[in-house]
Design a protein around this ligand. Sequence first.
Ligand code: C5P
Length: 224
Amino acid sequence: MSKIIIAIDGYSSCGKSSTAKVVAAHLGYGYIDTGAMYRAVSLYFHQHYVSLTNPKEIQHALQQIQISFQFNPEKRLNETYLNGLCVEDEIRKMYISQMVSEVSAVVDVRRAMVAQQQRMGKHKGVVMDGRDIGTVVFPSAELKIFMTADPIIRAERRQAELLEKGELISFDEILENLRSRDYIDTHRSEGPLRQADDAIVLDNSFLTFDEQVELILNWADTRI
Ligand code: C5P
């Protein structure tokens, strides 16, 4: 059986990561959360006061950053590591969500992350989710999905997710954050979020989680 690349792109908080994780597990594929990589860069920039208007500082910082993923068998999930330290919880916090799209719009940041993502997926057999996977990182991915959902539904899901982790954030703040990230992500010059011409649109506003996983597995089946 041949191995393929499954690219899942789409708006913020559409459930791309949770879906991608389960699809990867079903297929015995690796899962790469590219949003986590941009979040880890944002955390480093925050910790080291890197100015987004200073290209030299950005270049220097990018040379210091090493991002990796390690499987945590207890939690049964891949955790994000920044320079050897687990940052999985920290990078999901609201202050990172509030800065990550600005950081991700920096051309040098994107080039560094895209190069690493291409190395990670070069042997195929991966499900990668993000904003530019089907358009920039792997334009020849065998299966491309563009995921979307109603912003109100996305904000409700995100609020529940944050609450589960003990972060109580108002609905309006979350909705505003989603809208502003979507705006920056779709309007940046380098690797903007857009639907690849050959992507399948998956609006999951009214689908259950299991229904959308099944749809993707069926599409994957026809391409493997
Ligand atoms: O997927 P997640 O919402 O965690 O991603 C956080 C942010 O990282 C996005 O809002 C976007 O600005 C950025 N991102 C990106 N390109 C990717 C993945 C994420 O610009 N491939």
